[in-house]
Design a protein around this ligand. Structure first.
Ligand code: ZN
Length: 374
């Protein structure tokens, strides 16, 4: 009896052991582990379900970021509120926490600084998550900027009286008395840097500083636009300021203006070079592509009317994607290069009041034309 009980127990144990082994082999340890190890980015401890959850979390995080980026300046308070709202939800609370800490460090430009943050995400779950994370990340940069700029602009103009008098224009007389050589990124999230404010050119015959000419014409432009019933916001009315190109774009946006006109004069190593041109961001601009069409329309209207008024050579609209004051703008923007101060004739003309008036009236007509269809 004793021996039989013992041998039965032993058999049961052996059967159990064999069963266990079979289960382990079929369900999967080895084969599956290999699979997981071969999949780059996965470690033994990181199971598939975990990674799926992570991806889901990230996607949630991204949609949240999108939502948040739509809420502009109030980002900080908004995020606080949202974090509270989300506290109960399991998956979102984590991302909300990370988001709120991100927002606190870089409040207004959070969605814009997202692209540089991309690299750290990649190595973590590269091949499996790439198709999932990347598509949302890319549209993330463009779409958020659109709602970000448009909604604030529209409500500001819509409720007011629908006549030209209620429309506001921001004018930036380019440069200032002294250059500011500290560097700033040429656009939101850009790694390329440029001086905050360059010194500008100078009249080859008159010796007038470009910053002074720009200010003189810009003040005339303010008066002329106001005479046509527009509201005008001046970024500066004095030479003695210290404003970077980003500052100027920020000020223009904060003013509530619908469009941003930057007044400049050109310079070239070739003294024969002359003519009027305007600049606008290209359709492929990495920062303000959504402002390209409107900015080009504005630029074209202005350059054509100036050329018609002054008889200058019409160089047309130049596409530019490396101008900080354009790339940081949140409203349709143009740079007016009124002529070449390196050309003796044009320098003299640019510093003549009657010629300045023709330029100013040309800009005003261009603005009228633009607003007729925008
Ligand atoms: Zn300039």
């Amino acid at each position: 009896m004793k021996w039989r009980t013992y041998s039965m127990k032993w058999r049961t144990l052996r059967v159990a052991a064999v069963l266990l082994l079979t289960i382990l082999l079929t369900v999967g340890g080895c084969g599956r582990e290999q699979e997981l190890q071969e999949t780059p980015g996965f470690t033994e401890s990181q199971t598939k379900s975990e990674s799926v959850k992570e991806t889901a979390d990230r996607t949630v995080g991204e949609t949240e970021t999108k939502k948040e980026s739509e809420k502009t300046e109030e980002a900080e308070t908004e995020t606080d509120r949202e974090t509270d709202d989300q506290a109960g939800r399991e998956t979102e609370s984590q991302t909300a926490a990370t988001e709120s800490s991100q927002t606190e460090t870089v409040p207004p430009s959070e969605p814009e600084t997202e692209p540089p943050t991309q690299p750290p995400t990649q190595p973590q779950t590269q091949p499996p998550t790439q198709p999932q994370t990347q598509p949302p990340t890319q549209p993330q940069t463009a779409p958020p900027t659109q709602p970000q700029t448009q909604p604030p602009t529209q409500p500001q103009t819509a409720p007011s009286v629908p006549v030209s008098g209620s429309r506001m224009i921001a004018i930036d007389p380019g440069h200032q008395a002294s250059a500011w050589n500290e560097l700033e990124p040429i656009g939101p999230g850009a790694s390329a840097m440029k001086p905050k404010t360059s010194s500008g050119t100078q009249g080859c015959v008159t010796g007038v500083a470009e910053s002074q000419l720009n200010l003189t014409v810009a003040l005339k432009l303010r008066d002329a636009l106001q005479a046509r019933g527009y509201q005008v916001y001046m970024v500066r009315t004095s030479q003695d300021v210290r404003l970077s190109n980003k500052d100027r774009a920020d000020m223009a946006y904060a003013s509530g203006a619908e469009i941003f006109i930057r007044i400049h004069a050109n310079g070239s190593a070739d003294p024969a070079m002359n003519g009027i041109l305007t600049m606008a961001p290209s359709a492929g601009n990495p920062y303000v592509a959504h402002l390209s069409a409107s900015s080009n329309a504005l630029s074209a209207s202005i350059v054509n009317h100036i050329a018609a008024n002054t008889g200058q050579r019409n160089i047309g609209v130049l596409a530019t994607d490396d101008m900080s004051g354009i790339n940081w703008s949140q409203i349709p923007v143009t740079i007016v290069e009124m002529g070449y101060m390196s050309n003796p004739d044009e320098d003299r003309a640019l510093n003549t009041p009657s010629f300045q008036d023709k330029i100013v009236q040309g800009i005003c007509s261009g603005v009228d034309e633009y607003f007729a269809s925008h």
